[in-house]
Design a protein around this ligand. Sequence first.
Ligand code: GDD
Ligand code: MN
Length: 381
Amino acid sequence: MDLNNEQDFTGQAFAEACFILPTYNEQACIQHTIEAIFEQQSRVSGYKFRILVVDDNSSDGTQKIVNGLIEQYECLHMITGEKVGLGDAYKRGFGHALSHFKPDVIFQMDSDGQHDPNLIPDFIEQIQQGYSLVVGSRFVKGGSTPEFSLRRKVISKVGNLLVRYVGGVSHIKDCTSGYRCISAAYIAKCDLGFLSTRGYSFQSSLICELVAQGAKSKEIPIVFTARNAGVSKLSLRDQVEFLLNIPKLGFHSHKDFVKYSIVGSSGVLINLGGYVFLTRHLGIAPEVAPILSIEASLLSNFLFNNFWTFKYRIIKSGFSSRLFQFHLVAGLSGIINYAIFFAAYTSLMMNDIFANLLGIGVAAIANYLINSNWTWKKHLK
Ligand code: GDD
Ligand code: MN
């Protein structure tokens, strides 16, 4: 790790940990959270703490409290802005921290007391062990969400499953957690402007992007306790954005998708050309020929994707299991295609050609996402 060239009073070089605390109407909680973080400073050696509050013009006097504390703490700062959403606040916070301070690690943490500051030394310890993304996890052994309603538990679990398996981060059990410590160099590598999310789903976009950049991750258990006061700001709008964002998480690279589409189109030609050749030149019956031509196109698609589209990926599974997975996904895509066609045609009374087009479109995207994130899943650190 690169240490900043600053030195403490003993002449030792130390690194900087910058805590980004987003706040929206947290007047009842923010003071305690700030004080509790600075109290941990004495338990961590080698790191100097800095806190950046990102307040979105709270109407309850949060800024007044923070301004009062800024008089007292030299390493406490605040930026303010219009409320757009949690993700937008984090983007501004990261941008400000990277350009104004020299953080080695950046902490993400809620301001409402739900994240236990006593765990800060444990996060730092994992960074010192060489991890660059340490996640406070509610879903590993020792972690929990005792205060969650059944509804919130289900939303959180299902949301996590989608992010993990679509976003290529299946090795991380809690992808939406808001308590994390991240190597600043990796945040700088992420194109934050590219992460289009504005609300809570920023958390899942960021974790996928960090892993795609090669960040080595580690989860440590956290108990996600009750808020000290106030209410959650998670809105229905955030939940809708979260769901709409899921397919986007699967597209790690637009180049992959373009190549995959070219290969898919070549498969259509091979399928059709093969059918004509088998029936017209070899005299094979029309009932049998498609079985051979479909398989020929599947094989050629597989080979092109394996040796061209995803050639650069380091993959753990063997050639034959990939070939098998590819066939399974093709079968599943056929079922998705038919199910969507059937639903649109019979229930929505859609024109049969449009219904089929819709089925083909959804099945093609699902086919790409599953193959890209399962069959040719990148080897993760
Ligand atoms: N500046 C700013 N702008 N801060 C915001 C905004 C916003 O639009 N929305 C929320 N916050 C702040 C809150 O004031 C709080 O400090 C923190 O972000 C988390 O918001 P909560 O409203 O307390 O979220 P939660 O407890 O429901 O959700 C937590 O768990 C989720 C997973 O279940 C958070 O940790 C989320 O990040 C996490 O995804
Ligand atoms: Mn909270």
